[in-house]
Design a protein around this ligand. Structure first.
Ligand SMILES: Nc1nc2c(ncn2[C@@H]2O[C@H](COP(=O)(O)OP(=O)(O)O)[C@@H](O)[C@H]2O)c(=O)[nH]1
Ligand SMILES: [Mg+2]
Length: 316
């Protein structure tokens, strides 16, 4: 399939074309950059919802039910599930697949699971690109599920229009164990597994945390109680997402958020390219090794060594 045809298929929502383009981008094949360029003008229409939280909190189950509800409303949904702890064909993802079976059969849903494959730095970029592809393919909503553990996952979580943090009662120190950074960017809290003991206590501690914020923003994150396995709380969650969306649009925050996101993405790409450039240049002409020898012999210090490497770039 030619790239042009492929793009055409993606824009029409063709499942095979979407899958093909995703693997091209994931594997960083030569045609990936041009393809991403071509689809970019067609992005920006889907609403992006991020789900994160500790493993086992019920994110996949919630995403499953939320997707089902959205599908019943006639919406098209794309899902990117990022789980760095399990390889692509691993047990956890297989479990996710099985649980998501009832929705993947419905047309207009596209699910893609991603694992790190040893490349942490590339994960957020891949997830972001896949979200863009799903957006361009005409999905109304793109859902990104990540495990809230590392910086990469926080970066992915940040790419959402609405960020949902899923917690459950009885997970040790409760919210103390969750990264502070993640608490701060959550737009909606979900206390899942409310059928278990401790849900009220967890809600109270989230409330206390929100109350203790010295600089509360104009949006007070609501706390939704759910029992995902029984489908309880899904409508409440979706209406909380809707309210947040309306809040963002009315205040002009959605455009601001998306602008900030693009800015950060461009900066990341520039950094990546510059860093690649420097690495290949250093490796190729052997100058770095020569400089290193001088530093080791104390004929040159590391700081002037850096000047010698970066200096020529700064002159441009
Ligand atoms: N008791 C109870 N179990 C749940 C609930 N939601 C999910 N589970 C179960 O918790 C386990 C982990 O759920 P999963 O959605 O895979 O969590 P994830 O790791 O956050 O994606 C599964 O066995 C689910 O069936 C709930 O509300 N109550
Ligand atoms: Mg999951």
């Amino acid at each position: 399939m030619h790239t042009e045809q492929l793009i055409d298929g993606v824009l029409k929502g063709n499942i095979r074309a979407i899958a093909r383009l995703i693997s091209i981008v994931e594997n960083e094949l030569p045609e990936a950059a041009q393809a991403m360029r071509s689809i970019f003008p067609h992005t920006g229409n889907a609403y992006t919802i991020g789900f994160t939280g500790p493993p086992g909190a019920g994110k996949s189950t919630l995403v499953d039910k939320v997707t089902l509800t959205l599908c019943r409303q006639g919406k098209k949904v794309g899902i990117v599930a990022v789980d760095p702890s399990s390889p692509f064909s691993g047990g956890a993802l297989l479990g996710d697949r099985i649980r998501m079976r009832d929705i993947s059969l419905e047309k207009d849903v596209f699910i893609r699971s991603l694992s790190t494959r040893g490349n942490m730095g590339g994960l957020s970029r891949a997830a972001g690109d896949i979200a863009k592809i799903l957006d361009a393919s005409g999905k109304d909503a793109v859902i990104i599920e990540t495990v809230g553990v590392g910086q990469d996952e926080v970066d992915i979580f940040r790419t959402a229009d609405t960020s949902v943090l899923v917690l459950m009662p009885g997970a040790g120190d409760d919210i103390q164990s969750i990264k502070a950074g993640i608490m701060e960017i959550a737009d909606i809290f979900v206390v899942n597994k409310s059928d278990r003991e401790g849900a009220d206590g967890l809600i109270k501690s989230i409330q206390q945390l929100l109350d203790s914020n010295p600089n509360p923003g104009p949006w007070r994150p609501p706390i939704v109680r759910s029992i995902a396995v029984q489908g309880e709380g899904i409508d409440e969650l979706l209406s909380a997402v809707q309210s947040h969306r309306e809040f963002l649009v009315a205040g002009g925050f959605l455009a601001a958020r998306r602008k900030e996101r693009l800015r950060a993405e461009i900066i990341r790409l520039v950094e990546r390219r510059i860093s690649k450039l420097i690495q290949t240049q250093l490796r190729h002409n052997g100058r770095f090794d020569a400089l290193m020898e001088k530093v080791i012999a104390r004929e040159e210090d590391p700081y002037s060594c850096i000047d010698r490497i970066v200096g020529p770039l700064e002159k441009e």
